[in-house]
Design a protein around this ligand. Structure first.
Ligand SMILES: *Cc1c(COP(=O)(O)O)cnc(C)c1O
Length: 341
């Protein structure tokens, strides 16, 4: 099977397995797991922040940040196809008592003009805007990327308006590699950042939340409240450390493969895509043949050994990652091309 459904399907490397088996551990609720502590220290260093917290999932990291940045009854500005809005079970309403204010933007990339128009005036009978969230790379935007300048423009103006900005940086290393920059400078202007170890970085479990010391101390309490206090989590953090230190440098290969996939599909009848828009490891293609829907295409591809994910009735997503190589990408493109020709 050539599994292009997501970079979450990546399996831990042999080096990760060894590190997991040999990890020094302790009770992390007592702050006594040396491997978790080291992972948190390294994440904070790499992002030039005071502190970091290991969390079981990206969703939990995002939701902890939302809870800490907001008060019940407030609104949170999110891009209309953002992970926080589309794939997190309305958790911000259930957990933090806040309402999402979705704002659509081309390729998922917001700008201040669009955000500003959605900020509530400071009038006592309006719900007040409490937080702005950004997503970099933007998953449903096809792995699109915010530049440092775009993020800083939004953050500076948000801060002038008294609003914090949380970054859903599930794939922030993909963004940094694509821009040829480092994650610290790319994310510096944001008040908090969540990133995933479990996607293209190939750790089996876990995400990180980074921010100020005070923010992370409060985040640790909210993590416990949500049931995310873990014990000998060092066996997982050991893989996370390798993900953080070793894996970002190979992401460029995934980006090349995604671009190659898009180039190979450029001439395929019934597919609409723009290879020049492929910046990272995500390729979203639109089906233009009215007789073919995504579910049917995905099923037929599965029979031929290729797995893709269905975005909606007319869009499928393919994600490149360390467990699909160039040859497999070429084969997947050939199968798709043959099927549609
Ligand atoms: C995967 C992902 C998350 C977090 O997902 P979990 O499955 O909860 O770890 C958050 N944001 C984006 C953009 C993602 O792609």
């Amino acid at each position: 099977m050539i599994d292009l459904r997501s970079d979450t399907v990546t399996k831990p490397t042999p080096e990760m397995r060894t590190a997991m088996a040999e990890a020094e551990v302790g009770d992390d609720v007592y702050l006594e797991d040396p491997t978790v502590n080291r992972l948190q220290e390294r994440a904070a260093e790499i992002f030039h922040r005071e502190a970091a917290l290991y969390v079981p999932s990206g969703t939990m990291g995002n939701q902890i940040a939302i809870k800490l940045h907001t008060q019940p009854g407030q609104e949170v500005i999110v891009e209309a196809t953002a992970h926080i809005y589309e794939f997190e079970m309305a958790a911000m309403a259930a957990i933090s008592g806040v309402l999402a204010r979705p704002v659509a933007a081309p390729d998922g990339i917001l700008d201040w003009e669009r955000i500003c128009a959605a900020i509530r005036p400071k009038i006592y009978y309006h719900a007040q805007t409490g937080l702005i969230t950004l997503e970099n790379t933007h998953n449903m935007g096809g792995g699109s990327v915010y530049t440092r300048e775009q993020i800083e423009d939004i953050c500076n103006r948000a801060h002038e308006a008294g609003l914090p900005v949380h970054l859903d940086g599930a794939r922030i290393f993909n963004a940094a590699v694509s821009l040829g920059t480092d994650v610290a400078s790319l994310t510096q202007a944001c008040d908090s950042v969540m990133f995933c170890l479990s996607k293209g970085l190939a750790a089996p479990v876990g995400s990180m939340l980074v921010g100020s010391k005070e923010f992370i101390e409060r985040a640790r309490s909210v993590r416990k409240m949500m049931g995310g206090g873990m014990r000998q989590a060092g066996v997982l953090a050991a893989a996370g450390l390798i993900a953080l230190e070793q894996m970002p440098k190979r992401l460029a290969e995934d980006h090349q493969n995604a671009r190659l996939l898009a180039e190979l599909l450029r001439e395929t009848p019934g597919l609409k895509l723009d290879p020049s828009k492929i910046r990272t490891n995500i390729v979203i293609v639109e089906l233009t043949n009215k007789d073919l829907d995504s579910e049917t295409l995905a099923l037929r591809l599965k029979e031929q050994g290729v797995l893709v994910s269905v975005v909606n009735a007319k869009k499928v997503r393919m994600v490149t990652h360390k467990d699909v190589d160039r040859e497999q990408v070429i084969r997947a493109a050939e199968i798709l091309h043959r099927m549609l020709s």
